[in-house]
Design a protein around this ligand. Structure first.
Ligand code: NAD
Length: 506
């Protein structure tokens, strides 16, 4: 959608900087739509490079003081923030459901997974502890500490407007940095509310800043000399470009991209459990999750038939409706453009020769004909050479690929360009272990369909699903948002003579 000048009668979503709403100088605005009705509900400011300069200068000053604030104080602010997030869980989820289109209960899950990252960050006094070696030489000790980077930036996708900004800000801020979050311009309201609650929790001004924008702001972030590190989550082409841009400017970068996750169903698997898993993982959030499972690999004779027999009635019974209706299982897609793109993938899958067993392409919701709805689809006999197998669709569909045996099946996720998540359903521990050890993918589920690690572990895919050396949250997150300093200290009166050789021990 084209950015345009502001109009007077529309709710305006401002940046949130220094504990208050900030308008900046840019006059560009983007529309924020209601995916259920297809109507515009607000417009969001789109910042420019001058606005970023202003925020960076303030954030840099604030970061200096915050880095020197005791780690226990930082932890206590995060604890209060966590308590406020729980109190405001439904309010935040409602904001998400109205702008993203995911159903309210699912939006609450988005908020809760974000709160868990804040909960993890409350342990920062322990997490950031350094190392100490007593007496590495006579009266010489050696220790290391983790220092924050200063000002960092987080660029987030539309599909988790609470969880992903919180993954980034919780660890960055607890480590002693200031952060600028640039949320997706499609659903920008929730991140602003998160920043307001951080202030209410006693967070200092300019430590958690939210700036809205599009490519213009992202490019300014990548080039800005004050910003030390960039965390990005979004599609692979943009992740690749952001990684290249950030590192070319000497910044640390972690850039998570798209996905095409496979779930292997072995012939010995509990078929009812596998069906339940596939229903939630393929159609939950209308498939708009990077850990969705759009590919089921049915292994051995009869497995595909057993799954199809169970899946078909369940898919046909899916309740597709407004995101705020508690009876809806699945809401609309995020934008009209995305809905049309998903539909064109479904058309292409048919043209490429997949068998379309359930056709949701023409679904329309009575009373909401302008909403961005599409029905669920089920495809069988999908082949690895097909474009619709290779590319991420990000919509409500499941593609069944048939494999003769475990080896043929396990090769599929390993050989795929993406490597975010994968899963295996089996009762045989030998296959499960072999799969977990050897599959060329970053996150693996064993009888678990969406293996999203908890915040004290770490989140990140492999191959074209992630660029950069560090994952999100867990100790990887702490490492990303800090750098190590190592100190060697001698305390005695005997400094000895000048030495011109490399100092060695003994
Ligand atoms: P996107 O790449 O379109 O946008 C992500 C962010 O980048 C947004 O803030 C957007 O404003 C910005 N952006 C978009 N185009 C840009 C450009 N040309 N230059 C600079 N910045 C740009 O992604 P999206 O549609 O918001 O999110 C969906 C994608 O994110 C899917 O591909 C999904 O798999 C992926 N995703 C990945 C993970 C993960 O952890 N691997 C998690 C969630 C989502």
């Amino acid at each position: 959608m084209e950015p345009r000048q502001g109009s007077e009668d529309m709710r305006e979503i401002h940046h949130f900087v220094g504990g208050k709403s900030f308008a900046g100088t840019s006059k560009r605005r983007g529309p924020v739509m209601n995916p259920t009705t297809g109507e515009q509900q607000a417009e969001v400011m789109l910042a420019n490079a001058a606005d970023l300069d202003h925020v960076c200068a303030k954030a840099e000053e604030a970061a200096r003081a915050w880095a020197n604030t005791s780690v226990i104080t930082r932890s206590r602010v995060m604890s209060k923030f966590q308590a406020l997030l729980w109190q405001h869980k439904t309010e935040l989820a409602t904001m998400i459901a109205k702008e993203h289109g995911k159903v309210l209960a699912d939006a609450e899950g988005d908020v809760v997974r974000g709160i868990e990252a804040v909960e993890f960050s409350c342990g920062i006094p322990h997490l950031i502890k350094g190392e100490y070696s007593d007496g590495v030489s006579t009266n010489v000790d050696m220790y290391s500490m983790r220092r924050p980077l200063g000002v960092v930036a987080g660029i987030t996708p539309f599909n988790f407007p609470a969880m992903i900004p919180l993954w980034m800000m919780a660890v960055a801020v607890a480590c002693g940095n200031a952060i600028i979050i640039k949320p997706s311009e499609k659903d920008p309201t929730c991140p602003v509310r998160l920043a307001e609650l951080f202030m209410e929790a006693g967070g200092p001004e300019h430590i958690f800043n939210v700036m809205h924008g599009d490519r213009e702001l992202v490019e300014a972030i990548l080039a800005h000399p004050t910003i030390q590190a960039v965390s990005f989550v979004g599609s692979t082409p943009v992740a690749r470009a952001v990684y290249a841009g950030a590192t070319a400017h000497g910044k640390r970068a972690q850039c998570m991209g798209g996905a095409k996750n496979h779930l292997l169903v072995m012939p010995d698997a509990d078929m009812d459990a596998a069906t339940n898993a596939l229903m939630g993982a393929a159609y939950g959030s209308a498939g708009e999750r990077c850990m969705a499972t759009p590919v089921a690999v049915a292994v051995g004779k009869g497995t595909a038939e057993a799954l199809i027999e169970r899946l078909q009635p369940r898919i046909e019974a899916l309740r597709i409706g407004p995101s705020m209706d508690p009876d809806s299982d699945m809401g609309p897609l995020v934008t009209r453009e995305h809905r049309d793109k998903v539909k064109s993938y479904f058309d292409m899958a048919v043209d490429e020769g997949s068998d379309l067993l359930i056709d949701g392409r023409e679904f329309s919701l009575q009373g909401y004909e302008n909403g961005y709805f599409i029905g669920a689809c089920l495809f069988d006999n999908v082949k690895p050479g097909m474009t619709t197998y290779k590319e991420e669709i990000f919509g409500p569909s499941l593609q069944i690929v048939r494999a003769d045996d475990f080896d043929q099946a396990a090769k599929l996720p390993s050989d795929h360009e993406y490597g975010n998540g994968t899963a295996i359903f089996t009762k045989d521990g030998r296959f499960a272990r072999q799969f977990a050890q050897h599959v060329n993918v970053g996150m693996v589920g064993i009888n678990v369909p969406i293996p999203v690690p908890l915040s004290f572990h770490t989140f990140g895919g492999w191959k074209a699903s992630a660029f950069g050396g560090h994952n999100q949250h867990g100790m990887e997150g702490v490492r990303f948002y800090t750098r190590v300093k190592t100190i060697t200290a001698r305390w005695d009166d005997n400094f000895g003579d000048a030495q011109f050789i490399m100092p060695t021990h003994g």
